[in-house]
Design a protein around this ligand. Structure first.
Ligand SMILES: Nc1ccn([C@@H]2O[C@H](COP(=O)(O)OP(=O)(O)OP(=O)(O)O)[C@@H](O)[C@H]2O)c(=O)n1
Length: 389
């Protein structure tokens, strides 16, 4: 029993042999109290009376964390330990500087729990409670989003003083890096209780202080069941529809998404706006199967409609019936075109591929090499006439 926990405590003894005192802290302690000692947290945070540099001198396989240089990362017997120097003179000061009581507990080398703020009680009763509400969010306004993220992940409530402090400090979020806000929002959106967290966020008037603020006052969030959307991408698209209506794709740039995410979100938002998924085969083809399904479901979700099995099957059947599923399926490739039409300009080459692809997808011509070559010859001849004229 308690394998993960025992291994982590044994690791503290190993540190002790090198004269380093360490305590397991933060999310791992919270998660053991919540889920039992066999639970294996994603990473194990340890607070130590040594710097990352000193840790690296002792364990030469340790490396510094790329985005948090004061933290040394050590892989040991299948676990990932993240070692950070104590904040303040001792463990009591370190815990006092943390955000919520559920995250302000520590386990020492003897396996004893240090719990000065009744964090275990908060975990058992399911409460987010700031260690010091008057200081917590002033020190780091992102903690407001962290609090909401825990509500979303665990379905907990927030204690009233913590909630009041969130509301008081919410406008300070405007000074926080967009990247950090986006990352926390992503975790929040993926939680099993995301709807509850978003409704709470709305009462905090959070959406007036996000990278692209919404000024309209409280939103009708009860209308939208974000938990019905399956993946993170769809939930982001759903949130954009709630916040920005049809203008979502125009404000994507304010949110530091990767280019891939920007492209996929833009596509989904535009698809919903244009009702694309009721429409033609070529739009479905261009989207690709995965995105087409997402767009279809998102469109239905927006109107609070859950498609029946039959409707879903008929949508999938339309996708299955596409004569080609990707560009690569075209029976004529770029090399064939260049071999047969070596004088084709690069602009015409791109246009020709587009024309062939579209004609095949909408069923105007078959996906057969001879037929595609015939069609290509007509295209090239017409372009020739255009340039002669
Ligand atoms: N703005 C922040 C961020 C983190 N912490 C403290 O640092 C610990 C580790 O933070 P992090 O790894 O970001 O999150 P976890 O709480 O560990 O949650 P999870 O691992 O589930 O993401 C937290 O538990 C908390 O004690 C904090 O006080 N204030």
């Amino acid at each position: 029993m308690g394998k993960a926990y025992n291994e982590a405590v044994t690791f503290l003894s190993l540190l002790k042999k090198h004269d380093i005192t360490g305590w397991l802290v933060g999310g791992c302690v919270r998660d053991w109290i919540k889920n039992g000692r066999d639970y294996m947290p994603r990473d194990l945070d340890i607070t130590v009376n040594a710097s990352a540099e000193e840790i690296k001198l002792i364990f030469n396989r340790a490396h510094r964390m790329s985005n948090r240089h004061e933290t040394a990362v050590l892989h040991h017997r299948g676990h990932v330990y993240e070692l950070t120097a104590l904040k303040g003179a001792g463990i009591s000061e370190d815990l006092a500087a943390r955000d919520f009581t559920c995250n302000a507990m520590a386990v020492d080398v003897n396996g004893n729990l240090l719990d000065p703020y009744d964090g275990a009680e908060a975990v058992h009763s399911g409460f987010i409670k700031a260690v010091d509400p008057s200081r917590c969010f002033r020190e780091d306004p992102l903690r407001i989003l962290r609090a909401l993220r825990f509500v979303s992940q665990f379905g907990w409530s927030m204690d009233s003083r913590t909630e009041a402090a969130c509301i008081k400090e919410i406008k300070e979020l405007r000074g926080t890096a967009v990247e950090r806000i986006k990352d926390e929002c992503s975790l929040l959106l993926q939680g099993s209780f995301a709807e509850r967290a978003l409704r709470m966020a709305d009462t905090f008037r959070l959406f007036e202080h996000l990278p692209e603020p919404v000024q309209a006052g409280p939103l009708c969030l009860w209308r939208y069941q974000i938990n019905k959307l399956d993946d993170g991408l769809m939930r982001w698209a759903g949130l954009f529809l709630i916040l920005y209506g049809g203008k979502g794709s125009a404000v994507l740039g304010s949110w530091s998404f990767s280019n891939k995410w920007k492209k996929e979100l833009r596509h989904l938002l535009e698809a919903v706006k244009n009702h694309d998924y009721k429409q033609d085969s070529y739009t479905l083809f261009r989207a690709g199967r995965e995105q087409a399904v997402r767009g279809y479901l998102l469109h239905q979700w927006k109107y609070d409609y859950t498609p029946s099995e039959k409707e879903l099957e008929s949508f999938y059947a339309r996708l299955d019936a596409l004569p080609i599923k990707t560009k690569k399926d075209l029976a004529l490739d770029g090399k064939d075109i260049l071999r047969h039409f070596p004088d084709l300009s690069s602009a015409h080459y791109g246009r020709l591929l587009y024309v062939l692809e579209k004609k095949v997808v909408i069923g105007e011509i078959a996906n057969k090499k001879e037929q595609l070559l015939e069609e290509a010859a007509i295209f090239v001849k017409e372009r020739g006439k255009e340039s002669d004229a």
